[in-house]
Design a protein around this ligand. Sequence first.
Ligand code: FRU
Length: 488
Amino acid sequence: GDYTGPLRPQIHFSPPQNFMNDPNGMFLDANGTWHLYYQYNPTGIVGGNQHWGHATSTDFYHWVNQPIALFPPEETVYVFSGSAVVDVNNTSGFFPDQDNGVVAIFTLAHGYYGPQTQNIAYSHDGGYTFEYYDGNPVIASNSSQFRDPKVIRYDDYCVAVIAYSQEFVVGIYNSPDLKNWTLASNFARHGLLGAQYECPNLVKMPVRDSNGSMVDSKYVLAISIQPGAPLGGSITEYFPGDFNGTHFTPLGSATRLTDFAKDNYAAQFFHGIPDAQNATVPTGILEGWRSVTTLPRDNYLKNATRIGLVMANELCDLSPVLDASLNQSTIGNGSVTVDYSTVDSGALYIDANVTGINTTLVTPDSTLNLSFTSPASGETLQSGFFFGGDNPFFINRGLIRGFDNVFFTDKFSTANIYSDGSGSLASWRMQAVIDRSILEVFVNGGDQAGTVLFYPTQPLSLLHLATRDLPTGAKVSVSVLALKSAWA
Ligand code: FRU
């Protein structure tokens, strides 16, 4: 793959060339290698002819592209999304002499309108090559809308969640050996339905208190809906709840979204950790590749006053790609400008901590604005806080001109669910990673996360951070670091 294009993210994973959609089969092996598989069309820049692409990393940022891991068994059959487990105890019987056997479970779509069935393949070499099981399918079906099995272990058996997409049902299946599956229960018509359910995930997640200590654990059921998200397009919603091995019971009737912006879909949780949109975006035409994974995130639950359990998305350790510090400053009402045109990767990490806000003095104009500009074209990506509002954090990609499409909405904002209802907090934090054509922001350490893609006609290279009408006594500590390319 050629990773030099001006829109190519440098610390994110994107496919060597052609089209990627969902992450699949993600697991951590016993040697500390992270395996990422992904929906891949090796012959085109739009979805179709689906395979499982494969990449590995030991630090989440430096990825090595591996040969395609799963090929369609025959023409006009497509390998759709799914998951993988390491079968340490050889419950499947495929691995009499090893403890690093990998079983992938995935949907085979017989044409785009034919039946979707669940199938398995096993790997004797730790996940690099797979053989199809000769007893496939392991779950037969006549439905053309039955897909995306995600497997976890529970006690001494396995549990799979699988979407009956257009019936808005997640089937919960049990298996002792990954070959024989029985339907244990259905989770039907919860939350936002959109036009269909896809890529369900069930995972056990720690509940952490405000000091970050684990105080409990709960299950989270995540479902991706597409299309029909509130902002248009697709989105991942989730339900915190209890799981007893056969039934998932949500804690309440509410559903929540994993991202306040728009470009984060079909999230998958890694297996083996101890206790994406269909328009012709410019990367395809200009650079011959499409889609990017988010940065790895640490997910956990925490309690929000009035609201209950909410899933946090914390940015993982960036140290493998951190480079020189470009600016460290503390300001009150003022501004910081950083010209990063000499940073080869074009990628930055920004951390802004706002403290000491006297909330009674906050006005509607009390803001922190962060912008990334191209001096050559004048295009600007904007984001920032309104400290007084109920929608405190926003992103605006409407002033970037490299891609124009009615479905490519441009303004996003968070809801302030962590306040006591007054809409103000005395301190705020914003962490942001900008990487050529993707921005990820994490508000208050991951209470809220936003992911947006943007396609400038010229590289953005000037960072400007400015505060306005900050109450006396409030200050902003800013730190800006260059990120080094993981692909150079
Ligand atoms: C979600 C999805 C899945 C399916 C895959 C096919 O984006 O539609 O439901 O398995 O993509 O590529």
